[in-house]
Design a binder for this molecule. Structure first.
Ligand code: AMP
Length: 426
């Protein structure tokens, strides 16, 4: 078994095979032996690289080796930036542990939900905790958890942990951990502050760098369609209804703001397409419902913000649409990495307007490639039309949908206002 050659015991190698993992991914090949040797690891890898199994498999092996005592000691602490990632990493860990039939207790903890069930879950201890930093500290303050015997710390998506403002919480948590421990640091990007944290945290790390997805994933087709912003929702509807993506094809659409996700989902829904918005203002239960419906293909389209979409882990997501372009080339790579996972082919479509053309060129430059601009009949940009936007940079809101969540009438477009002014003789 290929996973056994990395130093995993045969039950662990079998669990990987049971997951359908035939060959280790590059990050798994590099990280698993290093982690088993107790080395610190600095992994530069994106979601989709197989990084979760790269740390979970060897850490499970270590936990099994060490777990002889009752009560349980918290041996592995995995810190993640979002609830979705906590759910996802906790889910992967639990699945692998269940496959072993091993009595490993894994507790997932994140904010935004009641702390009591998490405190109950921690009664009697846990072997592995997957948590967001703020809630972890709350649990420590409630004496639900003792970090004094943690043998391995994982920071997953360290760049996002810092982006989301967790630096102070991280420092507080690090101070509670034993200085003698193994630290594993995974990040998709390596900005100065990420570098600084890695330097402070890691002891002679094994550095593993997996190239950004487009290099390793020639199977993601990128398209750029020129369209004026007010016509994007119509174009999206048209593409969903007419493209040969397969009837079951699920589409993940990225929009810039929570309001935009609601608006776009609303427009698709009105056109009879099963679509829902996915953003940070939804309740935890609401988000879970959307993800479950999307996984079950009851929803065809999810319209998400970047932050909310971070944790969406869905195999075979064939199409990603950049309704709004992402702010940075890194975010673009994250976004399109949602498709074409694990050998499947994927399609990433970006809507580009005269206003965003220069920004898209930066994204192309960063990847060292040029995506041909396309135009779709009936949706070609018309000089002058692109300016017909409301203050959110979106077409006027439909009846009943207000950017602030209230209900109000249709907002007037610039053209309507001009027409009224003309009628008044102004
Ligand atoms: P991750 O980068 O951890 O989010 O993993 C991305 C996806 O790849 C997940 O759906 C995993 O189940 C899958 N995966 C992880 N390792 C392998 C492997 N060795 N072979 C095939 N798929 C894998």
């Amino acid at each position: 078994m290929p996973f056994a050659s990395l130093g995993l015991t045969s039950p662990l190698a079998r669990v990987a095979a049971d997951q359908g993992f035939v060959h280790p991914t590059p990050i798994q090949t590099a990280a698993i032996p290093a982690i088993l040797q107790g080395r610190d690891v600095l992994g530069l890898a994106q979601t989709g690289s197989g990084k979760t199994a790269a740390f979970v498999l060897p850490l499970l092996q270590q936990v099994l080796g060490a777990r002889r005592s009752t009560p349980r000691r918290l041996l592995v602490l995995i810190l993640v930036p979002t609830r979705e990632l906590a759910d996802q990493v906790g889910g992967v860990t639990r699945e692998l542990a269940d496959g072993l039939g091993a009595p490993v207790k894994i507790v997932t903890a994140f904010g935004g939900v009641s702390i009591n069930p998490q405190m109950m879950a921690l009664r009697g201890g846990a072997d592995i905790v997957v948590a967001t930093p703020g809630r972890l500290l709350d649990l420590v303050q409630h004496n639900a958890l003792n970090l004094g015997e943690v043998a391995a710390l994982v920071l997953d998506e360290a760049d996002r942990l810092l982006d989301l403002g967790f630096a102070a919480e991280l420092a507080e948590i690090l101070a509670l951990l034993p200085p003698q421990r193994q630290s594993l640091f995974f990040s998709a990007t390596f900005a100065d502050e990420v570098q600084a944290l890695a330097t402070a945290l890691l002891h002679e790390p094994v550095r593993i760098e997996v190239p950004a997805e487009p290099d390793t994933r020639p199977d993601i087709t990128q398209r750029a369609i020129e369209v004026d912003p007010p016509k994007r929702a119509q174009l999206l509807k048209h593409l969903i209804q007419t493209s040969d993506w397969g009837p079951e094809a699920r589409v993940l659409v990225f929009a810039a703001t929570k309001y935009a996700t609601e608006l776009v989902a609303h427009k698709l829904h009105r056109a009879g397409i099963h679509a829902a918005a996915f953003h940070g203002d939804l309740s935890q239960g609401g988000r879970r419902d959307v993800l479950n419906a999307f996984r079950a293909s009851e929803l065809q389209v999810v319209v998400a913000t970047d932050v909310a979409a971070r944790g969406i882990d869905i195999a075979q997501l064939p199409v990603v649409v950049n309704f709004d372009l992402p702010r940075s080339p890194d975010d673009y790579i994250h976004r399109i990495g949602r498709t074409g996972r694990a050998g499947a082919s994927g399609l990433a479509i970006s809507f580009v307007s005269p206003d965003t053309e220069a920004h898209f060129r930066l994204i192309e430059k960063r990847q060292g490639l040029r995506v041909p601009r396309e135009r779709i009949a009936g949706f070609e940009p018309v000089p002058g039309e692109a300016g017909e936007l409301d203050e959110d940079g979106l077409p006027a809101a439909p009846q009943g949908l207000d950017p602030n969540g209230g209900v109000k009438g249709k907002r007037k477009s610039k053209k309507d206002k001009l027409r009224e002014a003309a009628a008044r003789g102004g």
